[in-house]
Design a protein around this ligand. Structure first.
Ligand SMILES: [Zn+2]
Length: 202
């Protein structure tokens, strides 16, 4: 069966299969769709992939993905730089931005502490977070990690390293159901959670 698939097509199937949630069958369907489409579709696609790493870097302030450094959020003087919202992933930042109620700045950790997934504090952008607090302009840190086990572990860890820094530490409210990932919460729930944030308690 494997021999029936031309090598270049098989390679694309393998590429698609590497994506989360995409099995062999779906990958094959995507690859065949790409092959059957106008050649421009494939060229555009490859151009997007090629430029992805060339053009997008991490913002040196908040660590989110950006073409500019600092990113448009960090360089927006209308935003309140005294409040930092700490999130696990750039997708969480996007979800909160989409809710359109938060006017402070962000800090993106790029993951959450999880022994099962072998993600330790060293893998996260925690040193960068501590460094940001040293400037003294931050008055409140909102911990907006998910209410999953990894998110909770991370929240406690952050509280531990920041508690003596003289900033107010809050945790977003539990409008977000236990086990819920921030990025899947709807706008109203996110707005409510941010509004209902409380001082962090162990
Ligand atoms: Zn930024």
């Amino acid at each position: 069966m494997a021999n029936a698939i031309p090598e270049a097509l098989q390679r694309l199937i393998n590429n698609f299969s590497a994506l989360p949630g995409v099995g062999e069958k779906t990958a094959t369907r995507y690859a065949l769709y790409t092959l059957r489409s106008n050649e421009n579709f494939a060229l555009e696609f490859s151009k997007s992939l090629k430029e992805l790493h060339e053009k997008i870097k991490l913002c040196s302030v908040c660590m989110t993905y950006s073409q500019d450094d600092p990113c448009p959020i960090c360089s927006n003087i209308q935003r309140d730089s005294s409040v930092l919202c700490v999130v696990e992933d750039p997708s969480d930042l996007l979800a909160i931005e989409d809710a359109n109620t938060f006017k402070g700045l962000y800090h993106v950790l790029h993951g959450a502490i999880s022994l099962m997934d072998k993600i330790t504090p060293e893998n996260l952008k925690l040193n960068e977070l501590e460094r940001r607090l040293d400037s003294g302009s931050v008055k409140e840190v909102i911990i907006a990690t998910s209410s999953t086990r990894a998110g909770e572990t991370t929240a406690h860890y952050i509280f531990d390293i920041l508690k003596d820094k003289g900033v107010k530490i809050t945790r977003i409210g539990y409008g977000i159901p236990m086990g819920m990932d921030i990025k899947y919460a709807d706008r109203a729930t996110l707005s409510k959670s941010l509004g209902a944030r409380q001082e962090f308690q162990l």
